[in-house]
Design a protein around this ligand. Structure first.
Ligand code: MN3
Length: 254
């Protein structure tokens, strides 16, 4: 069963709790609630103790210079602590004192059409920005790159014939994204893989897909080192893709 629209199934929650896995660490899953409450459908109104803390910048799991020479430390620093932080600040300001302040950002993205119209564009841009960048830092890392194996590798080969062909098409999507946006590899509601670009900070979650891999093609992501050479940035970027993380997102999305 695909859970893009419905959140976790009971089976998945039982599986997750049975393995001691942290539910909240799974990308794009559930609103903040205890697994027990999720099972019982018994979600208390947030109190001061249980309310979601303000959205915050996730820890970087490697050093800012660890992605060199492919992504330079200064770009990493400015991109994360200035650009990403600005999306977070704007999101916090927009949703303060609303029900949306108590949700995971992935859940907000999934329910973007329910966000009141007066807030929607701000939440779309900044909630999307927070979700997208949080994923971006995670699916990159040092000593990375290579070829995805296992079920993900098989699924990519089934969809694109070969990994090299997938890379060529994904790069073309990134190069062809006019203006600012992202290229995405996603799992669709029927379980199939797809790749496309979205403008601005739109998230695949906003159209019911689960993002596995995304590359930021806003100029702020590459201009200091690559200037106008987006294609070179996209070629180099494969060297920092953490396929183990992408594979675990794929298996969680199944
Ligand atoms: Mn960016």
């Amino acid at each position: 069963m695909n859970t893009a629209h419905t959140g976790f199934t009971r089976r998945q929650i039982l599986k997750a709790t049975g393995t001691g896995m942290t539910l909240f660490a799974v990308a794009g899953c559930v609103p903040v609630m205890a697994p027990e409450a999720a099972l019982q459908g018994n979600v208390a109104a947030p109190t001061a103790e249980t309310a979601h803390p303000a959205f915050t910048l996730p820890e970087l799991l490697y050093a800012e210079n660890d992605l060199e020479p492919y992504i330079d430390a200064l770009t990493m620093n400015i991109h994360r602590t200035k650009h990403h932080q600005a999306y977070i600040n704007n999101l916090n300001n927009a949703v303060a004192d609303t029900e949306w302040a108590n949700m995971r950002v992935e859940e907000i993205c999934r329910q973007i059409d329910r966000v009141p119209e007066t807030l929607r564009t701000t939440v779309r841009n900044n909630g999307g920005g927070h979700a997208n960048h949080s994923l971006f830092w995670k699916i990159m890392g040092p000593n990375a790159g290579g070829v995805p194996g296992g079920a993900l590798g098989d699924a990519i080969n089934a969809q694109w014939v070969s990994f090299e062909e997938f890379k060529a098409q994904f790069k073309a999507i990134g190069v062809g994204c006019f203006g600012s946006g992202w290229a995405w590899l996603v799992v669709k509601a029927d379980g199939s893989l797809d790749a496309y670009s979205l403008p601005n900070q739109d998230s695949p979650l906003m159209q019911g897909d689960i993002p596995l891999l995304g590359v930021d093609v806003w100029e702020h992501a590459y201009y200091l080192h690559y200037q106008n050479r987006r294609a070179d940035y996209l070629d180099a970027w494969w060297n920092v893709v953490n396929w183990d993380e992408v594979a675990s997102l794929y298996s969680a999305a199944q």
